[in-house]
Ligand binder design. Structure first.
Ligand SMILES: Cc1ncc(COP(=O)(O)O)c(C=O)c1O
Length: 395
């Protein structure tokens, strides 16, 4: 029982003790197909042999040395990730929220150093960037923000795709614009490529720092290392976390060359960040993406997931839309269905997904999922929807 745990999450009852590939197992030996992947974290699935070997090796050597001392893995992770992302340098931290917090601070420090007096932020409606005071300030959901006010003031929210509103907001000379190329927590909504390109142009024109939050959509999940690479857009700062260390806590704030030198010793820091164990996890993922064929596999599996979910939309009148790309997708259900009920039904059938909002099921499988598992998940969703619509009178 978890009566001593603060209830910030509603937990499901079963106790999970083991995982293999895209499956999780309870203490009762029941198998679940994990299409939530620890909320976009378990990229290498569960029990990946190379990850297990690297982590076991590292645990026996050294766990932590602090950022005041060097260890053998920081530099290879930094070299690989900056090259893959087309950025210059990286600040290590432990989560997506912290990565965004650092991004906002870098933007403010940049303007402070230049003496521009620019401190405000522009973010998008539907955004989610985290729960600390800074990251929460640029998160759109009022219910998340209101109880914790006052936050960082001077945040303007603009509707995704509204070019005129974006133009007006940037003309007011904020320090930075922060956006997710695919909004994850509010139901997997892709920003149009033209909007991403326009944001880049306007930020360059107005001297606004452009921050891409790729905590959920990055690290290879949508077919390229960064999602915005598909739009040909390079931001000034990009943040990564969730899957980047194969399941261990790690966040990264990557900067382009123009921001090099903005943070100086003493400006920012984090005790645990970039430690040897998390770096070993990140190296397994990065090497698998680059040399192990995992990036290609994501593209293939993503195409199968698209086919399977498009099939679901074609076959079920209650599944109205598929959204997303690669292994970050969602289906929208018609209003006669409650997505949370469908999620619960699927859980009893052995499929783990989550409902983002009242009508959307989000699908974030590990990158090692198989084609058969992808089609099985789509079949299970269809069966659950059929069962619930057969039982319940139309609302
Ligand atoms: C786009 C995005 N940014 C930031 C965060 C916060 O990341 P974390 O929970 O690791 O702090 C999340 C988490 O869902 C996210 O999806």
């Amino acid at each position: 029982m978890d009566e001593h745990v603060i209830k910030t999450y509603r937990r499901a009852e079963p106790v999970f003790v083991r995982g293999q590939g895209a499956c999780l197992y309870t203490d009762q030996g029941r198998e679940y197909l994990d299409f939530l992947g620890g909320i976009a974290v378990s990229a290498l699935g569960h029990g990946h042999p190379k990850l297990v070997e690297a982590l076991q090796d590292q645990v026996g050597k050294v766990l932590h040395v602090s950022n005041l001392l060097r260890h053998p893995y920081t530099e290879e992770v930094a070299e690989r990730v900056t090259r893959l992302a087309g950025m210059a340098e990286v600040f290590f931290c432990n989560s997506g929220t912290e990565a965004n917090e650092a991004a906002l601070k870098i933007a403010r420090k940049h303007h402070f150093a230049k003496g521009t007096g620019r401190t405000g932020f522009v973010a998008l409606e539907g955004s989610f960037h985290g729960r600390t005071m800074g990251a929460l300030s640029v998160t759109h959901n009022r219910a998340y923000r209101e109880p914790f006010a006052p936050l960082c003031g001077e945040v303007t929210f603009v509707a995704p795709g509204d070019a005129d509103a974006l133009r007006r907001a940037l003309a007011r000379q904020p320090a930075a614009l922060i956006l997710e190329p695919i909004q994850g927590e509010t139901g997997v909504h892709e920003l149009p490529h033209e909007f991403l390109r326009l944001a880049r142009e306007l930020c360059t024109e107005t001297g606004t720092i452009l921050i891409h939050d790729e905590v959920q959509c990055g690290s290879g999940r949508t077919g390229t290392f960064l999602c915005a690479q598909q739009a040909g857009v390079t931001p000034d700062i990009v943040t990564l976390a969730k899957p980047i260390a194969g399941g261990l806590p790690m966040g990264m704030t990557l900067i382009g060359e123009t921001l090099s030198g903005t943070l100086q010793p003493g400006d920012h820091g984090s005790t645990f960040a970039g430690g040897p164990l998390a770096c070993r996890g990140a190296l397994v993922l990065l090497r698998e993406l680059e040399e192990g064929g995992l990036q290609q596999r994501i593209r293939e599996l993503g195409a199968h997931l698209t086919t399977a979910l498009d099939g679901l939309v074609a076959l079920s009148e209650h599944v109205v839309e598929r959204r997303g790309r690669g292994l970050m997708q969602a289906v929208q259900l018609d209003p006669s269905l409650d997505a949370r009920e469908v999620q619960r039904q699927l859980f009893t059938m052995g499929l783990i997904v989550n409902a983002t909002g009242p009508d959307t099921l989000r699908i974030l499988p590990p990158f090692v999922v198989t084609q058969a598992q992808v089609f099985r998940a789509a079949d299970l969703i269809r069966t659950a929807v059929d069962q619930l619509t057969a039982q319940a009178p139309q609302r």
